[in-house]
Every structure is written in structure tokens, then in C-alpha cells.
Design a protein around this ligand. Structure first.
Ligand SMILES: [Zn+2]
Length: 288
């Protein structure tokens, strides 16, 4: 007997209205709502700076986009207002999201964030995301690339170190997603296509493929651009969508991701979904 609804119908129903398929729990892949053949998940949403988890859930329902909610996570030296920096704080974050129709995540900070938590607690998260946007300058001082602290005197030298740092993040951290990949500070952004040579892009993509890290298609910065994404598709890496949004308007904006998904003619098997228990990077990765 033919079921009344195909799984596609059920997923579409979930995205359009009731969200029931992913309120039911963690069975994959029904936790990913689809609309017009494209998964609707923002794995990079920050309920901070006056934004509550409940408000984020309401925005998610309004937009028909499931959210992966993040707090920053790492040792105390990481400077974020929402930082969780020990097991108890991480457990409290996980507890806060329990039973809500969201994925539970953290944005890991610095290369040594793991030292602040037990493996067991990290494994209770759906996923861990990190990026290369806080990187050491030549003296070793950690610099946030989107702040005025970033000064560039030699773009080529910076790019080589930045590529190396992307590789270091993926080799040394047990992460699921590399966020904001190929983002460039404002001063360098006009030269994006020149600075991101094929060789540089290839190094990052090969690193993502080697360590099974998904590439975020980021709608805030509209990165990576198409040439990078085409190479990543050919290298069989997976992709996620991220808004890096903190506000009502920005959270759930995955428009650039959706457009790229269509352009690349991706299929659901190429879209990141959280690893099953026992298969999380923190549980299975051998780190450099
Ligand atoms: Zn972020």
C-alpha cells in the first residue's frame, strides 16, 4: 500500500507549517526541513546581544528555517559575552535547548577550546562549528580579522598565513563545520578574486575533505564564491548554510546558500547533517 504522504511531502509540510517532522526528535534526515527541493537550515545563528532562545525559535518558525543555535565556547581567555568555558556552563547551554526545535551547537574559539570541556559533554551537542577569523599575527598575538586590530602591510604574506591557519583549524580541532571560509577583512575584500588563487583554495578544500569538515556557505559575507564552491563540490565535501546572524533580520538569512545550492545543483546527500551519537568528530577524530 502506498503511504498517504511520501517523505518529501512530509518534509515539505514541516517546512511550510507545523514543523512536526523535526519536533519529533533527532531521527535523521527528517530533521531537515525542505522547501522547493532545498534544505532550510541555518547552522550559524547566535541568540546573543538581547536575543533569547525563545525569540530565535519564533523567528525560525516565521522564516520556515530550522536553526542551529550557537554560543561561543572555549577557554576563559576568549573574549565573548556569551562564552561557555567549562562543562557546567556547556551543560546549561545544552539544557536550555532541550526539547526545542533547534540543533544544539557551539562556535568553538581558539585552537585549544577542547581543553575546557569533557569529551562526553561536547558529544551531547549536535555539532561544533569553528572558523579561522581569530588568527595569530606574525608576533603570535591573536587578532580578530573583522576588527580594527587587523592591519595588513603585505596581502600576499597574510593570505599564505591565513590559508595555513584554515588548515590548522581543521587539523587540530574536532569540528563539524568550518564557518565563514575565505572571508576577507574589509581592506582586502575588493581583491577577493585575485587573492584567492586556485592553489590557495585547493589547500583549504583538500583539508576539509581530509578531515570530513563541512564547508559553510555564508550568507552574511557571501562566501565562499562560486569558483571555490565548484572545486569543493568536485572534491566531494559537504556544505552547510549559515547566516552568522545575531539579529531578528539576519537570523535565518540563508539566501546566498540557497542560491548557491541551486547553482551547484547540490542534492541532500551533500548537505551537512549532524553526526549520529558515537560518530561525532570529538569521539572519532585523531587530531594533529
Ligand atoms: Zn559566528
Amino acid at each position: 500500500m502506498k503511504p498517504a504522504f511520501s517523505r518529501r511531502d512530509i518534509l515539505a509540510l514541516g517546512a511550510a507549517g507545523t514543523f512536526s517532522p523535526w519536533l519529533k526528535g533527532s531521527a535523521l534526515p527528517d530533521t531537515v526541513p525542505m522547501r522547493d527541493g532545498v534544505p532550510r537550515v541555518d547552522y550559524h545563528a547566535h541568540p546573543e546581544i538581547g536575543m533569547t532562545v525563545d525569540r530565535a525559535v519564533a523567528i525560525s518558525k516565521e522564516r520556515g528555517v530550522k536553526f542551529g543555535l550557537l554560543q561561543h565556547a572555549g577557554i576563559k581567555e576568549s573574549d565573548y559575552p556569551d562564552l561557555v568555558s567549562n562543562d557546567d556552563e556547556l551543560k546549561a547551554w545544552i539544557h536550555q535547548l532541550e526539547g526545542k526545535p533547534v540543533f544544539k551547537g557551539v562556535q568553538a574559539e581558539l585552537l585549544n577550546w577542547m581543553s575546557a570541556f569533557s569529551k562526553e559533554t561536547v558529544a551531547r551537542l549536535d555539532y561544533v562549528l569553528s572558523d579561522a577569523l581569530t588568527m595569530p599575527d606574525k608576533s603570535g598575538k591573536m587578532i580578530k580579522l573583522w576588527t580594527p586590530a587587523f592591519q595588513c602591510h603585505d596581502a600576499q604574506d597574510f593570505m599564505d598565513r591565513y590559508v595555513d591557519f584554515h588548515e590548522e583549524v581543521m587539523a587540530k580541532e574536532p569540528i563539524d563545520i568550518i564557518a565563514n571560509p575565505t572571508y576577507l577583512p574589509e581592506a582586502l575584500e575588493p581583491d577577493y578574486d585575485k587573492l584567492w588563487t586556485e592553489k590557495r583554495m585547493r589547500k583549504i578544500i583538500e583539508s576539509a575533505a581530509r578531515h570530513h569538515v563541512a564547508i559553510e556557505i555564508n550568507s552574511r559575507y557571501k562566501v565562499p564564491r562560486l569558483a571555490f564552491l565548484e572545486m569543493a563540490k568536485a572534491a566531494r565535501v559537504k556544505f552547510s548554510f549559515g547566516s552568522n546572524g545575531h539579529t531578528t533580520d539576519a537570523m535565518g538569512d540563508i539566501d546566498y546558500g540557497v542560491a548557491m545550492y541551486r547553482k551547484l545543483e547540490l542534492t541532500l546527500d551533500r548537505f551537512f547533517q549532524p553526526a549520529m551519537p558515537g560518530k561525532k568528530p570529538i569521539e572519532v577524530r585523531t587530531l594533529a
